[in-house]
Design a protein around this ligand. Structure first.
Ligand SMILES: Cc1cc2nc3c(=O)[nH]c(=O)nc-3n(C[C@H](O)[C@H](O)[C@H](O)COP(=O)(O)O)c2cc1C
Length: 217
């Protein structure tokens, strides 16, 4: 698949077919994703590929309470109870995300993406705001995985609501102390067609010329 086409057509998949994903395919995706950039080329990524049904269920049980709490916090739970308050497409998306959290263990492959903390180049800790730069050494790798999976015709969901359960996940998967959770990526064949286009804002809304706020022509 051509790179721009993959970039424009890799949605969050939340409905998966149960078929297993070939091991060779997963390896090929990881073998290409590893060419991602990272601060100082430290390549701190680590990935635990989980396919065992009991472990998948245990991960789902760790994800689910944080999904529920997120839904409460953001008003999603109230909207789910009264979806008429939403336009039909948004209501469908919310229902799909909720059903996905419920049936997460059915997704054939769970990638627990971690990063070795000692390999992170974090240069913005001195600022009076949350640090962002540490993530820049792991998320390009995650995005490469998403694009690689898309090019292979597989669906994926990038999620982060497993990270609040990091201590339990680390115990479950024998992840060492100095390695942190960065993302939880669910992978498999889509059970619904690929969407025709993704909802994203146009370039004019975020790109500027010379000064922030000045239109880029
Ligand atoms: C940093 C990050 C965290 C996310 N966490 C979750 C999550 O925990 N659960 C989930 O269902 N989707 C999660 N998503 C998926 C987003 O909801 C999704 O990318 C966005 O709604 C766009 O959806 P689309 O790609 O299908 O258009 C996350 C995405 C990102 C980039």
């Amino acid at each position: 698949m051509e790179v721009y086409e993959a970039m424009r057509s890799a949605p969050t998949t939340r409905a998966f077919a149960p078929d297993p994903v070939p091991a060779q395919l997963l390896r090929r995706v990881l073998d290409n994703a590893r060419f991602a950039p990272s601060g100082g080329n430290r390549q701190g990524w680590r990935v635990v590929v989980v396919q065992d049904p009991d472990t998948r269920r245990a991960l789902r049980d760790l994800y689910q309470p944080h999904w529920r709490a997120y839904m409460q916090r953001t008003g999603g739970a109230a909207l789910l109870a009264d979806p008429k308050a939403l336009d039909p497409a948004s209501a469908r998306r919310l229902q799909a995300a909720d059903a996905f959290a419920e049936r997460l263990h059915d997704v054939p492959v769970h990638l627990v993406v971690c990063v070795a903390l000692s390999e992170l180049a974090i240069v913005d800790t001195g600022l009076d705001r949350p640090s962002i730069v540490g993530g820049a050494s792991i998320y390009p790798f995650v995005q490469n995985i998403l694009l690689g999976l898309r090019a292979e015709g597989l669906g994926a969901a990038l999620t982060t609501l497993l990270t609040p359960a990091e201590p339990e996940v680390k115990r479950l998967l024998s992840i060492p102390d100095d390695v942190a959770l960065a993302a939880y990526v669910l992978v498999g064949r889509r059970s619904t067609p690929w969407p025709e286009r993704l909802a994203r804002r146009p370039v004019e809304s975020f790109a500027f010329a010379e000064r922030y706020g000045q239109a880029l022509t």
